[in-house]
Ligand binder design. Structure first.
Ligand code: CUA
Length: 338
């Protein structure tokens, strides 16, 4: 027998929805797969809400079908029946109030967990939203030790990290579902949140507030590492960029300094000091390019430098028309910035 196209469509929609539900339970960037205390309290609250809704729905549906199937009886008009029904309705109203209060209490408990760190913050990191990338600024009492880590937030495992969030243009929303809930980044205002990971790993995050053309390509990685590895990373990031080691890399540095690149990007240890675009001091050590859009590999970097508009239309970086030898030298230099 032929199946109607409508039912086939419905069946595939059901399969797709079930698939998405399962992915959200197990995957990376999945709120129901918590790896930190904030995400855990949100997930617990979500499951509690779902359980309450399922139970209430089932009870109401059973009561409805019993009522529909029941025949009228002579006794229905007696005063004692009216008293009994009034009592039943009163019990149902009381139960509804108790369930709503329980949900409110669960919501307050989850909210308290989100707003206050579980202990003293290990470090404070500024999260700055730009169209369409993230900047993470690591502060230090020594000004020369301040550095930024675009699109890649490194945190030590097992300790809370306080985040001060802000935006330079429009409203963005910082969201790492496996670790924490959404926090809006609002221009002209600092909002606070915190993040903590239970175990080492790379957790993907995503801008969760529509912020323009490339909102979908405004992703980030949170790299959670044991404290000793995290300290090694911090020490390395504080260092200025490595010196070019070959003639080609030296030529690449000169190309960088003489091209429009230098007007937007900073490379500590050189004369390039603009923070319009992401800092490139240790760009080759990062996992991705263009805010989680591309893997950080030579070919992708080449495509990005040549014409990033073909990859992420509307971003602030113009295409670069360089002579082939200059282009290869620039690539070699950027790839040496580990
Ligand atoms: Cu930034 Cu959406």
């Amino acid at each position: 027998m032929m199946r109607a196209p409508g039912s086939a469509l419905r069946a595939s929609a059901c399969v797709a929805s079930a698939g998405m539900l399962l992915v959200s339970c197990t995957g990376n960037q999945a709120g129901l797969n918590p790896h930190g205390p904030i995400a855990r309290s949100i997930a617990t609250h979500s499951w509690a809400l779902l359980a309450a809704c399922v139970v209430v729905y089932l009870v109401v549906m059973i009561a409805l079908f019993v009522a529909i199937g029941r025949r009228r009886r002579d006794s229905d008009d007696r005063p004692e029946t009216t008293v009994r029904l009034t009592r039943n309705v009163s019990i149902a109203v009381a139960l509804t109030v108790i369930i709503l209060l329980g949900i409110a209490a669960s919501s307050v408990i989850a909210g308290r967990g989100i707003y206050s760190p579980s202990g003293a913050g290990a470090i404070t990191v500024d999260v700055v939203g730009h169209q369409w990338w993230w900047d993470f600024q690591y502060h230090d009492i020594t000004p020369s030790d301040v550095f930024t880590s675009p699109n890649e937030l490194h945190i030590p495992v097992g300790v809370p990290v306080v985040l001060k969030a802000m935006s330079t243009d429009v409203i963005h929303s910082f969201w790492v579902p496996n670790l924490m809930g959404k926090r809006d980044l609002i221009p002209g205002m600092i909002t606070n949140t915190w993040i903590q990971a239970d175990e080492p790993g790379v957790y993907r995050g995503q801008c969760a507030e529509f912020c323009g053309h490339q909102h979908a390509h405004m992703a980030l990685n949170v790299v959670a590492e044991p404290m000793d590895k995290f300290q090694v990373w911090i020490r390395h990031q504080r260092e200025p960029a490595p010196q070019p080691a070959t003639d080609q890399e030296r030529r690449g540095r000169d190309v960088f300094m003489q091209s429009p690149c230098v007007t937007c990007h900073a490379i500590r240890g050189t004369d390039a000091g603009s923070h319009v675009g992401p800092e490139l001091t240790h760009v080759a050590s990062r996992l991705t390019l263009a805010a989680g859009t591309l893997p950080n590999a030579r070919g992708h970097l080449a495509g990005w430098i040549a014409n990033s508009q073909s990859i992420k239309p509307g971003n602030r970086m113009p295409p670069n028309a360089l002579a082939p030898a200059d282009f290869q030298a620039l690539l070699a230099y950027i790839r040496s910035l580990r």
